[in-house]
Design a protein. Structure first.
Length: 564
């Protein structure tokens, strides 16, 4: 085919002159033979779909949340909109004394606040899901080893430490199978195995590294919080009963730098603003716990009006992000691709029952080992180490009396909030949660008085704000290769100088489930992943022992012992 076209110069534009023209023709061949299989290559739509799915970094997560709570704390108030709407107790006595005692109704705790005419709020239906709580998508983005921590409970006593110091313990000299041992009672699961080593925060002569001899003390489920070393005849006061300290786990003391664990509080970065996560009730679905309701008779109410009051609800909710979240280029707190997203539920408390501030902070924070059966000094309003970084706003109203009401500020994209107390080991390439992160809402005693003589350590409720969704899974197997073969080594791999090799865990592909049942297989559509997660969100009242066995995270004891 002739690909050249000659246009006479007189046609270039009007009145253009006629000139001689010359065209150089190349004799090079412009033809190429067509290879048969190139023309008839088969395109696998399944393969194209999978390739697109594996490379996709866009997510739109959905969480189904069952909300469990116990409304157990009563109080009194002279602010009439609150007084007229309590779930009353001891009504006859209250009618005689004029001091009405009861529980705040369920809608002061629930995710959805219905349109209640109480002369307190200028209710807006568009804000129904945001009066009590705010919802964010977050991920663990960095570590804080300098976080100040404290533990105060029997039998260990009082211990203060920085997160990077490790896990605290108390000592007990005893015997095991006739052998003298030194038993370490830890405030949280230690993560050790028999034969591994611990580095103590104090020395015996010039030694502070000892081998783990045994776990537990023979009691059910004590292995997670107790370990022992052999007492070879240590003298002096180093290992006296009741002595406290911290330890760090070591896999191999000959490779101390690489196999010693690091300890820290991980911090979450906010990916969404308020309003980016929509909440809806699940239709016709409630949880297993019944709702508590009763009829309040007019003669035994402070305003002489009959009504139905409700103490608890049993609703189930769906939380969905209204816009796609692109994780491309983001890394987690260990400089790896993000494998977990979190639905972070943070109390707002707009109606003002809670969050009386000290130094501008009303919402407190701590970890599972800080939750004890009696009020723990860690949560005291004067303890700045238990403050969150979330400030408060306020408003004032008068109805029977004048009160100031406080509520927590909203977070913005890019804000950081604290999270779980964790352990990381470079050699294992594995992170372990030592103790879960909790926040506490405390009653504003000037608005709702729960005790006769209020203190700065007011009663309240605990909850775990960060609810995990796994979007990728790391392999259970550690890959290794020498420094000469780096073509397929991921950026997050750890280089072991002792082994002269890279160490890492591969990321499973979407849709792959290993023989341990580990992996994810979420729907993929329109260039976005649609992961789904079931969550139980608990609001835990003061006095409930969230951590049994000296700080172990919440566990349900079996009805049978370990031998059956």
């Amino acid at each position: 085919m002739n690909k050249y076209t000659i246009i006479p110069s007189s046609f270039s534009y009007k009145l253009s002159p006629i000139v001689d023209q010359e065209l150089t023709i190349s004799l090079d061949s412009q033809n190429q033979e067509l290879v048969e299989y190139d023309r008839s290559a088969t395109i696998s739509l399944e393969q194209v779909y999978d390739d697109e799915r594996q490379s996709c970094t866009v997510f739109r997560p959905t969480f189904k949340v069952n909300y469990l709570y116990a409304n157990t704390i009563t109080g009194t108030t002279d602010y009439l909109p609150f007084q007229y709407n309590l779930y009353y107790v001891d009504q006859i006595e209250s009618a005689v004394s004029g001091v009405w005692k009861g529980y705040p109704q369920y809608y002061e705790f629930d995710f959805f606040r219905p349109s209640i005419v109480d002369n307190h709020l200028d209710y807006r239906s568009v804000s129904a899901y945001s009066y009590n709580w705010n919802y964010y998508i977050t991920y663990a983005s960095e570590n804080d080893g300098d976080k100040k921590m404290s533990y105060s409970s029997a039998p260990i006593g009082n211990i203060n430490w920085d997160a990077k110091d490790g896990i605290p313990f108390s000592l007990l000299n005893t015997t095991l199978n006739g052998k003298p041992i030194i038993q370490f009672q830890c405030i949280a699961p230690h993560g050790l195995s028999v034969g591994e080593y611990v580095e103590l925060s104090f020395y015996y002569t010039n030694k502070n590294i000892f081998q783990v001899y045994s776990l537990g003390n023979g009691m059910f489920d004590s292995e997670s919080n107790m370990f022992s070393i052999i007492n070879v005849g240590y003298t002096g006061t180093t290992f006296n009963n009741g002595k406290t300290g911290t330890f760090k786990r070591i896999i191999n003391p000959s490779n101390l730098e690489e196999t010693k664990s690091k300890y820290y509080v991980r911090r979450h970065k906010v990916l969404t603003n308020v309003g980016d996560v929509s909440a809806i009730k699940n239709g016709f679905e409630i949880n297993a716990f019944k709702e508590e309701k009763k009829f309040e008779f007019a003669p035994i109410t402070p305003n002489n009006k009959s009504r139905i009051s409700q103490k608890t609800s049993s609703n189930s909710y769906n939380f969905t992000v209204e816009r796609d979240i692109d994780l491309e280029g983001l890394i987690d707190n260990q400089n790896r691709p993000i494998t977990e997203l979190y639905l972070s539920i943070i109390n707002r408390g707009y109606t003002g029952y809670f969050n009386y501030p000290t130094n501008g902070i009303g919402l407190k924070q701590g970890w599972a080992f800080n939750i004890t059966t009696s009020p723990n000094s860690w949560w005291d309003g004067t303890n700045v180490n238990s403050n969150t970084n979330i400030g408060v706003n306020s408003y004032t109203k008068t109805n029977g009396t004048t009160k100031t009401f406080y509520y927590n500020k909203e977070l913005q994209v890019g804000d950081l909030i604290d999270g779980d107390f964790c352990e990381w080991n470079d050699y294992e390439q594995k992170e372990r949660v030592i103790s879960n992160y909790y926040q506490k809402i405390k009653f504003n005693q000037s608005v709702f008085q729960t005790v006769q003589n209020p203190s700065t350590n007011s009663l309240g409720y605990y909850y775990m704000p960060h609810n995990k969704m796994t979007i990728r899974v790391f392999s259970d197997y550690i890959e290794t290769t020498n420094s000469d073969e780096v073509l397929f080594v991921p950026k997050y791999a750890f280089y072991s100088k002792a082994d002269a090799s890279f160490r890492w865990r591969d990321l499973y592909t979407y849709g792959f489930i290993d023989n341990l049942g580990r992996g994810v297989d979420y729907p993929y559509l329109n260039n976005a992943q649609y992961p789904f997660q079931n969550v139980i969100f608990r609001l835990i009242p003061e006095g409930y022992n969230q951590s049994y066995n000296m700080g172990a995270d919440f566990a349900v004891k079996p009805l049978i012992d370990g031998c059956e």
